[in-house]
Write a protein that binds this ligand. Structure first.
Ligand SMILES: O=C(O)CCC(=O)C(=O)O
Ligand SMILES: [Fe+2]
Length: 239
């Protein structure tokens, strides 16, 4: 945990200048400032945890980190960009090929600080996905859109026939816990009216090296490959 916090602090010192007004800095940006030592250390730490074993089970021995969408996020009440309403990460990752998001708060969340709110796994999502695809299809280039679609409460109630309060849950997580989900799990910043303390978190977005998500391929975005061997995880050239 201390390692993660220390690296977060260092990365923000490198990163804040660029992403003007924004509350997040991508690993790709940090690496382009010649500080991939910081992002490598973050990746090595998360892969060395039980989350690394889980990724291996899900994606295999060769992982690709989608570094322009791996980020450090500093969530503060005064910054409206901090709040991200209901969405699917498929917006910017694409439909084809699995993307896993490891979301890691660096403080306890869900009670005094806003956590991440997830759609309950038993909600039928067919209509939601159909609606999402319908919006995507209307984009100028549906194969590689710049797409940020937020689902309103009303739209979610129309899609599911249930009150929105019944559709979601917010796990209480401790600092350094890992929430793992894919690009079709709907989520949002926990709605937290009134004052709350700032919250730092990390987002690692990962795919199998042989199955890069569609929008990443189309845009030819940067990847960092890590592979498993008997010596553990290490950076690699991919397959
Ligand atoms: O940190 C948040 O509140 C939102 C994070 C998010 O949407 C994500 O990691 O995909
Ligand atoms: Fe998200």
């Amino acid at each position: 945990m201390d390692v993660l916090l220390d690296r977060f602090q260092k990365a923000f010192e490198v990163g804040v200048e660029k992403e003007d007004g924004s509350n997040s800095v991508s690993f790709g940006h940090i690496a382009r400032q010649n500080r991939s030592d910081i992002t490598d250390s973050l990746i090595a730490t998360v892969l060395g945890s039980p989350a690394g074993d889980r990724l291996r089970e899900l994606l295999g021995d060769h992982l690709a980190f989608l570094v322009d969408n791996c980020s450090l996020r500093f969530h503060e009440p005064s910054n409206e960009k901090s709040v991200i309403r209901y969405h699917l990460d498929a917006d910017f990752i694409g439909i084809r090929n699995l993307m896993v998001n490891l979301w890691v708060p660096l403080c306890a969340v869900g009670r005094d600080r806003p956590g991440l709110t997830f759609m309950k796994p038993d909600v039928a999502i067919n209509t939601i996905i159909a609606t999402w695809r319908g919006v995507l299809a209307k984009q100028p280039n549906p194969n590689a859109p710049v797409f940020k679609f937020r689902f309103s409460d009303t739209l979610l109630e129309q899609c599911t026939g249930q009150p929105v309060d019944e559709l979601f849950f917010t796990p209480m997580l401790e600092s350094g816990d890992v929430a793992l989900f894919h690009q079709f799990v709907m989520h949002a910043t926990q709605h937290f009216p009134g004052h709350f303390e700032t919250r730092r978190s990390l987002e690692f977005r990962v795919a199998a090296s042989h199955a890069i998500p569609s929008f990443y391929l189309i845009w030819d975005k940067p990847l960092q490959h890590w592979s498993w061997s008997d010596d553990g995880w290490a950076p690699s050239s991919g397959l």
